[in-house]
Every structure is written in C-alpha cells, then in structure tokens.
Design a protein around this ligand. Structure first.
Ligand SMILES: [Zn+2]
Length: 313
C-alpha cells in the first residue's frame, strides 16, 4: 500500500468524486479521521438527505453533490400522471407475452417511480441550500440496460450556475451531443460553470477534441475504475495539465484518502511532476498537489474563457 504524506499535504487534496453515504461503515469517527476534502455524491432518492446531513455536519471537508445516477434513473418518470405499471411498461416495452409476464412478476419489487418534476425540484432546493453544492452524480450510461436520455438536470445546473460531476459510460456520442447542446443553449452561462467527466474512460483523441471545443470541461480519474484499462496512462499523458483532477469513486470513506492519493501519485509519475512531502503554501507550484489544488480552484470557481486557450504543458 502506498504510504500517505503528512496531514498538511493531504489537507490540500480534493477527492472530486466519491459516495460515502453508500457505505454502511460511515461514522463520525471516520469523518473526523478523514484527512482530505471530498465531493460526496448522491445517486438515488434515499441518499439526498444523507448527503445534506453530511455536508451540514462537516462543512469544511464535504462538498455536497445532489443528483441521480443513471443506474437509478429508471425510477424516475418523465410524466407525473403515469401509474407504476404504466411507467415500467413504457420503459421496458415488453414485446411478447413472456416478457410481459416477467415484468408483471418484477413489478411488486420495484418502487414507485418519482416524477421528474419532483426530482428536479428537490435537487434545486438542495443546490440552493448549499452555495458550494454541485450537481452529481448524473450522466449517461449505455451499458446499463435502461436507456437514459433526459438531460434536464444538467440544464438545471447551468441555469443555477452549478458545477457538474458527469458519469459517461459507452455513451460518447450522447455525451458529445449533451456538451454541444448545453453550449448552444446556454451561451455565456455555460462557461460560468465547470463540468467534470468523472472516472473518464474516453480515448486520448476524444478527450483532446473536448479540450479544444470546451474550456470548462475537466477530467477526474480513479484507480478503482480507470486502472482497469491501460488507456488511463495515455489519457493522463494527453490531458492538458490544467484540466486534470483526481478522485476515489469509493464508498468507504475510510479509504477515500488512500485511493485518491494513489491517483495523485499516478498522475505525478505520468506527468513527471514532483510529489510534495510537506506543505508550504508558497511552495513549488509545479509539484503535483499544488497543481491539482490550483486545478480544483479553477474548476470550483468556473467563469472560463469562451474560447479554450491553447494549453501549454
Ligand atoms: Zn460515482
């Protein structure tokens, strides 16, 4: 296991994406011990209030993020007037008597769908309650069997001037379309916010294309997802040094610092950046934690130029 640096260094590290309220192990002891700052995602109905409480209890360490993971988006109905049966029938579209029988057998185990309007209203209230809150986790996922294609929540985030943590799996085309339509629809407002492609699995070519088109899109990488593919090394190599963030994507908050630090160290090795062993505010700004911290501040503050600057490395 990689050894962690001093608490002074860790205090300047931000885990851009994790799910602490998903783990039963979360406790005040764990939170008190937590040595880094975390962006705590919510992904389904039940954890919106848990993330809210976590951010109220640990305002210095927790950046709350409110949203619905695409894996749970089948529980959201676009229309408020559909019964549970009709909602799931419309979603799964059983084409044979067997499919229909199977769906009918599943129905009692499925919870009632929540109308999209209610979801958006709750997300809006939560975002407004925390000036530093982000929209997350939201996204597009074709590997999940239910196609997910509403982008109302990213538009809500732009309208409220909030940053986004976006999940995109096997949905490159749809993601490109979402970025293009957001930019076209919101104009100047779009560049006020930042968007993080979390556990980004894009090819280096595709990522460079995004960098050229958008000045407000960042990537964050995790060892748990990205290390499965050698692609992430090429992606880190290709990425503009100003656009990269790190994350754990972990549920167990006891491991967030360890997992995030592993990615900090990978980024440092690939980019050939020094790793701080102690912290000096005015220290070496070409070392990895200083750089990632500055990237985080740029991400957090938004207000990006309308045309991406030619990134120098
Ligand atoms: Zn996630």
């Amino acid at each position: 296991m990689l050894s962690l640096p001093s608490p002074d260094v860790l205090r300047n590290v931000v885990d851009a994406h994790c799910h602490p309220t998903d783990a039963p192990s979360i406790s005040s002891e764990s939170m008190d011990k937590l040595s880094i700052n975390i962006c705590a995602m919510s992904s389904k109905a039940s954890d919106q209030s848990m993330v809210r409480k976590l951010a109220q209890s640990y305002p210095d360490k927790v950046i709350p993020c409110f949203g619905y993971h695409p894996w749970f988006s089948h529980l959201i109905s676009i229309r408020g007037d559909l019964s549970k049966e009709d909602h799931f029938r419309e979603l799964f579209r059983p084409s044979s008597a067997e499919d229909l029988a199977e769906l009918n057998a599943l129905l009692p185990g499925l919870s009632d769908p929540i109308p999209l309007d209610n979801v958006l209203q709750e997300v809006r209230q939560n975002l407004e309650a925390f000036p530093n809150a982000m929209l997350g986790e939201v996204g597009l996922d074709r590997s999940f069997r239910i196609p997910y294609d509403y982008d109302a929540s990213p538009h809500l985030a732009v309208a409220l001037g909030r940053n986004i943590s976006l999940h995109s799996v096997k949905a490159h085309q749809a993601t490109m379309e979402l970025l293009a339509s957001s930019k076209a629809k919101h104009g100047v407002q779009w560049n006020k916010i930042s968007l993080d492609m979390h556990s980004c699995g894009f090819s280096p070519e595709m990522w460079k294309d995004i960098e050229r088109r958008y000045s407000n899109v960042f990537i964050s990488l995790s060892t748990v997802i990205n290390s499965r593919s050698p692609n992430h090394i090429a992606l880190i190599k290709a990425c503009d040094p100003h656009r990269i963030l790190v994350e754990s994507d972990y549920n167990d908050v006891d491991l967030c610092a360890q997992r995030t630090w592993e990615m900090v160290s990978t980024v440092a090795h690939v980019k050939n950046w020094k790793i701080e062993t102690e912290w000096r505010e005015e220290g070496d700004h070409t070392a990895v934690v200083h750089r990632l911290k500055e990237n985080w501040i740029r991400f957090k503050e938004g207000n990006h130029p309308t045309t991406p600057s030619r990134g120098k490395s």
